[in-house]
Design a protein around this ligand. Structure first.
Ligand code: HEM
Length: 101
């Protein structure tokens, strides 16, 4: 399903960093967590701290459950395409076609 999602770059994501619009990048997928802020078991503050950024490392350090990983699919809105994306390995970059949104 993630294959049909639009492509954003890091600068698109970085514009959505407050409670009115919070996008988070995890493993190359962009999540719009705006509606999840008040439901997140870890609290809204930590999501807002990571809004507009690549949160992959911190997301993994917390050790989120399978349930959390399944829940996050609901919020996926796109994929990242940016040479700066820390988590794009060479293979991903190669098959990634950047589009201006
Ligand atoms: C769409 C993205 C996310 C979803 C769906 C999500 C979901 C959840 C869920 C369901 C839990 C309860 C524990 C578990 O099931 O693992 C949790 C806990 C937590 N999350 Fe997230 N999370 C997301 C992103 C993040 C991010 C980016 C951070 C930043 C580091 C974060 C930090 C935490 C923390 C600190 C806890 C509390 C852990 C504890 O009390 O032991 N989460 N999250």
């Amino acid at each position: 399903m993630e294959d049909n999602l639009p492509t954003f770059n890091l600068s698109d994501v970085s514009k959505h960093k407050n409670k009115d619009s919070s996008w988070i990048l995890i493993h190359g997928v962009v999540y719009d967590v705006t509606k999840y802020l008040n439901e997140h078991p870890g609290g809204s503050e930590i999501l807002l701290e990571h809004a507009g950024k690549n949160a992959t490392q911190d997301f993994e350090s917390i050790g989120h459950s399978e349930e959390a990983r399944s829940k996050m699919k609901e919020f996926a809105i796109g994929k990242i395409c940016d040479a700066d994306a820390q988590n794009s390995d060479k293979h991903e970059r190669k098959k990634c076609h950047c589009e201006i949104m």
